[in-house]
Design a protein around this ligand. Structure first.
Ligand code: URA
Length: 260
């Protein structure tokens, strides 16, 4: 087991503990007296062949068909022809362990086709419960920020996250989780066709720009997923650091000016 598998399993376990799981019970009772004896272990040679398969004709070792989650994500995302197809593809994507602990796949909210698309980090507890991004305290803050420049999710903004599943205890997404979700985010942008992107917080900048450092990045227009993009402080960060609202206000005015 590598480091990431270890951390994912550990995170899934912590999530279950946090969710209140006390016992590991199956849904149906098992009669242990009726369970057949475990099958005999295969001989050592057969096991070795399984681990290192060989071509039956030539006897040459065959390349292992290891799943590549990023390549598979790319393939599934590219195949999606519209937002509904992309949502279905995400819901069917099997490689991200976070999905096991999540109640919902949180896809998007707001107005598809809006000029502004906001990309956040990952769902929190409330978003996971409701299945919509930015509906908790940070979401209410985001709504207030948008309203201050005359925008609203009901009419003029489309909102999503880099990760559609809540990480346990709201931990930061791991690099491989971001990497396997990035093709879906890129396709999401291509299908939603916004004029502008707002990347809120470090994880969103990491996925869209390949770099972090929101204090340095914020307020400077750049490009992500082929669109003009404005990095901004995450509303949750502004709730913790209210003295930064002045910078956030400057960024909102920059967004408003860009929209004309
Ligand atoms: N923070 C995010 O980045 N996204 C949400 O949906 C909620 C909180």
């Amino acid at each position: 087991m590598d480091y990431h598998q270890h951390m994912s399993l550990r995170a899934a376990l912590e999530w279950q503990i946090e969710a209140g799981v006390l016992d590991t019970l199956g849904e149906t009772p098992v009669d242990r007296y009726a369970v057949p004896a475990a099958p005999e272990q295969p001989k050592r040679a057969a096991r070795a062949e399984e681990a290192n398969p060989v071509d039956a004709a030539t006897g040459a070792p065959m390349a292992a068909a290891a799943a590549d989650p990023v390549a598979e994500a790319q393939q599934m995302a590219t195949a999606a022809q519209d937002l509904a197809g992309l949502q279905a593809a995400l819901a069917a994507f099997p490689h991200c362990e976070l999905r096991r602990g999540a109640r919902n796949t949180v896809f998007a909210d707001g107005t598809p086709g809006a000029r502004v698309m906001i990309i956040g980090e990952s769902p929190g507890r409330e978003e996971d419960r409701q299945g919509r991004p930015f509906v908790g305290q940070a979401g209410q803050m985001l709504d207030r920020m948008l309203a201050a420049i005359g925008l609203s999710r009901a009419e003029s903004v489309y909102i999503t996250n880099v990760l559609p599943w809540r990480p346990p205890q709201n931990r930061d997404p791991l690099p491989d989780e971001i990497a396997m979700m990035r093709p879906f985010v890129a396709r999401h942008v291509a299908l939603a066709q916004p004029d502008l992107l707002v990347l809120v917080g470090n994880i969103s900048c990491d996925a869209g720009l390949g770099k972090r450092g929101i204090t340095r990045l914020r307020g400077s227009w750049t490009e992500a997923y082929g669109k003009p993009a404005l990095p901004m402080f995450h509303p949750a960060y502004l709730l913790r650091q209210p003295h930064l609202k002045r910078e956030a206000w400057a960024d909102l005015l920059s967004l408003k000016a860009r929209l004309g």
